[in-house]
Design a protein around this ligand. Structure first.
Ligand SMILES: CC(C)(COP(=O)(O)OP(=O)(O)OC[C@H]1O[C@@H](n2cnc3c(N)ncnc32)[C@H](O)[C@@H]1OP(=O)(O)O)[C@@H](O)C(=O)NCCC(=O)NCCS
Length: 137
């Protein structure tokens, strides 16, 4: 999972994750697998009582366009509902993908919890070039 995410980060598709961050948040991750191989992954991180984030979404390059990414995000959204969390956001470069899934573009200012928790430690802060998107479930 670390290699898959960091290959995506090296291409500029997403932010990198450290091994430590992945272990710390391992229970956040949903994975798609084929046999023993990892096809994709996506995380759902709880940020606040009513707010969670979809993050670290990636599908192996040769298996894209088959609906895996959509299923991973749907699984995370379904988990949010099960947890009673009805607002889910993402910070992304694939705006059209998330728009297709029902997310809308929002101002990052409405996500202060994310900024306190993660953005302050991001090497891009304060010049974030990702788009904030939110879905109300
Ligand atoms: C974005 C990504 C996860 C999509 O995974 P995928 O398995 O190829 O997506 P799906 O096959 O489930 O596609 C679902 C829909 O989104 C569309 N879509 C897929 N990738 C897209 C993209 N990069 N931009 C816009 N739309 C996209 C598909 O056309 C499809 O539409 P349809 O249902 O009308 O056919 C994958 O392209 C990827 O891993 N990209 C690199 C990492 C990345 O950008 N992660 C997002 C970080 S926030």
């Amino acid at each position: 999972m670390h290699a898959l995410i960091n290959e995506g980060a090296a291409r500029g598709d997403m932010l990198p994750r450290s091994v430590n961050s992945l272990y710390t948040h391992l229970r956040d991750m949903t994975v798609a697998a084929e046999g023993d191989g990892l096809v994709g992954c996506c995380g759902l991180s709880i940020c606040w009582e009513d707010l969670a984030e979809v993050r670290s979404l990636v599908v192996r390059a040769e298996q894209r366009g088959l609906g895996v990414g959509r299923k991973l995000v749907e699984s995370c959204l379904s988990e949010a509902v099960t947890l009673g969390i009805y607002r889910v956001f993402t910070l992304t470069y694939v705006v059209d993908f998330f728009r297709d899934m029902g997310f809308t573009v929002v101002n990052k200012d409405i996500l202060p919890q994310k900024i306190w928790a993660d953005c302050l430690n991001c090497h891009k802060f304060p010049d974030c070039d990702e788009t904030a998107m939110l879905i109300e479930l």
